[in-house]
Structure formats: C-alpha cells, structure tokens
Design a protein around this ligand. Structure first.
Ligand code: ZN
Length: 324
C-alpha cells in the first residue's frame, strides 16, 4: 500500500534534494489531483489585509476553504468517530507523497494557506507529540532548507488530527514571525552554545532557541518542555506551536507558549461568533478567517485580545526561562 502512495523517496536513488523532490511532487499532484488544483486556484484569489496592532502587525487571509480545518471538531469523541484522514489507507486515490526516511510521507495540503503547503504525516497512526519526534522535526527543517520552514501544532493547539502525528511545511519566510523576529528578539541566556531568547512587545509569549549543534538544540528543547510542564503544571504535552528552520548552519525553533486553544469569541453565538482558531500560522502573524464577516470586521483590539487570551502570561514565560 505504501508503495502505491510513494511518488519518490528521500534519501533515494536520485541526487535531488528534498526541496526539489517536494516541488516536483507539488507540480505532479496539481496535474493529477483536481482537489489540489482547485485549492491552489482558490488561493490565488484570496483576499488579504494588514492590521496594525501598534508594536506589531498581522495579516488576515480570507480563505473560505479553510473552514474545514478552522471549524473542525477536535474533541476526543469526534476524533474517535471519524476516519483518520492522514492514515495512508484513507488518503484520496490520487494522493501521493515523498517518503521521508521511511518514516514520514510529505503530502500536498489540498486546502493550502501558502503557494506550496505540505502536510508531513507519520506513516503510523500514532498521537501528535513533538517531544517524541523532535529529531525528525530538526532533520526535516535542515533537509528542506533553505526553501521551506516546518511547523508543528500541539494536539490541543490547532492540530486538526491530534491522533495522527504530523508536521507541516511552507515556503520559508511566509509566516510573518520569521521576518519580524529580528525586531523583537531579546537574548535571555546561552546554554551550551544554544541561544535562548524571548520576543518583546509582540503581543504573544514566545521563546526562540538557536544554535548549530543538533544534539544541543534537541537537549535544550527537551529541557524547555520539561520547564514548561513544571511551571504550567501539566503532565500532558505543554500547549505550544513551533516554527522550525535551518539557515547558515544553524537551527532556529520559535516556540509559542499557549494557555488555550480557541479564544472565547470562537464560542459566541450568531453574529458575535468569530471563527478564528489559532494554530502556528495564525499565532505566527497570518490569521486565517474562513468567514467573510470576520475578515471584514476584525480589528487590532480583537487580534490583540485573542493573542493575549491564548498565550501564557509574561510572568509565566519569565518563570519558564528562569527554570531552564
Ligand atoms: Zn491516522
């Protein structure tokens, strides 16, 4: 079955980079899979606008096709009832992927937010967990560099398949935080060659890890999640979104530390309901609004309030960094 779903493999017999193989896949799938072709065409026509929130700005993307993901029921009962759409046996007949290290299948997302948008699904139906898969995340970031960045949504922070391990990838630099980081970054400490920073005046609670040693960045990330568990008082995976990249021989992990999945306005009734359900891309500064009313009416006050509500406090963030 997996062989039927494999468009190409990395590493494989060809000399092509993972970036080239992924780009080939995207071109081929648009020819053969009408649903993806439709998604790509729809994306070309989406409207966007920028909201100035004072010390930072966000981009809104009016993308009606994303209602499936933004409005998804991700409670345990709903997940149990549905057929897992990332399991290989349930993929659409036309869908194929790049088999990565015989462990992940790089697939095209048929409802893209970006000009190229991949879902990187584990070949087994195992739960979403960044700590278990951090080495794969770092390898993917390097193998897809410098063209793509990878990102992760925690099981309670926007993953629409919390029961099936997956990452995503997008063209590097298109999640606004990747560019804005330079204006907001403040170095807090250095641990065995890994720089730990926070983002100041950014309206969200963010920790950034940067360094050249894969082993040290892995260890520092695991120390960070242990510190988050301790300070946030949870036995589960601490709530987070992570955007990862590799450039100039150095890894960078941007970790959004979350207190909540969906903001209270999401649960309002009628006209007062706002269908914004933040995952990595949204909290990273590109807010997807599948409903036109929300796209037209969202303003700085709403965005600032949502970011504040779903992020841990500045005090909690400081305690986590202290604990590292
Ligand atoms: Zn599955």
């Amino acid at each position: 079955m997996l062989s039927q779903k494999t468009f190409s493999q990395f590493p494989g017999t060809s000399q092509l980079s993972l970036h080239e193989l992924s780009r080939q896949l995207y071109a081929d799938q648009q020819q053969r899979w009408p649903m993806l072709a439709g998604g790509v065409t729809a994306l070309r026509n989406v409207q966007t606008r920028t909201i100035d929130c004072g010390t930072f700005s966000v981009r809104l993307q009016y993308n009606p096709k994303r209602i499936v993901s933004t409005g998804a029921s991700v409670d345990a009962a709903s997940i149990k009832e549905r057929k897992c759409f990332l399991c290989e046996g349930h993929l659409p007949p036309e869908q194929q992927g790049v088999l990565y290290k015989e462990k992940f299948l790089i697939l095209c997302n048929p409802m893209p937010i970006f000009s190229e948008h991949f879902t990187i699904s584990h070949i087994d139906h195992i739960p979403q967990s960044i700590e278990e898969q951090i080495l794969s995340f770092l390898s993917l970031a390097k193998d897809l560099s410098p063209h793509y960045s990878v990102f992760y949504n925690g099981p309670k922070c926007g993953a629409s398949a919390p029961d099936h391990m997956h990452f995503q990838a997008a063209p590097a630099g298109l999640i606004p935080v990747e560019q804005e980081i330079y204006a907001h970054k403040k170095v807090k400490k250095n641990l065995n060659g890994i720089t730990v920073s926070s983002l100041e005046r950014y309206g969200r609670s963010v920790i950034v890890l940067e360094g050249k040693s894969k082993q040290e960045i892995e260890l520092t990330f695991l120390r960070l999640t242990a510190a988050m568990r301790n300070i946030m008082k949870t036995n589960e995976e601490p709530m987070m979104n992570v955007v990862g990249s590799h450039q100039n021989e150095s890894w960078r992990l941007i970790v959004f530390v979350r207190s909540k999945h969906r903001p209270s306005v999401y649960f309002n009734e009628g006209e007062r309901k706002v269908l914004i359900s933040p995952a990595s891309v949204d909290i990273g500064g590109l807010v997807v609004t599948p409903v036109e009313k929300d796209f037209r009416t969202a303003d700085a006050a709403l965005i600032t309030e949502i970011y504040e509500e779903i992020s841990v406090s500045g005090e909690t963030l400081s305690k986590i960094i202290e604990k590292l």
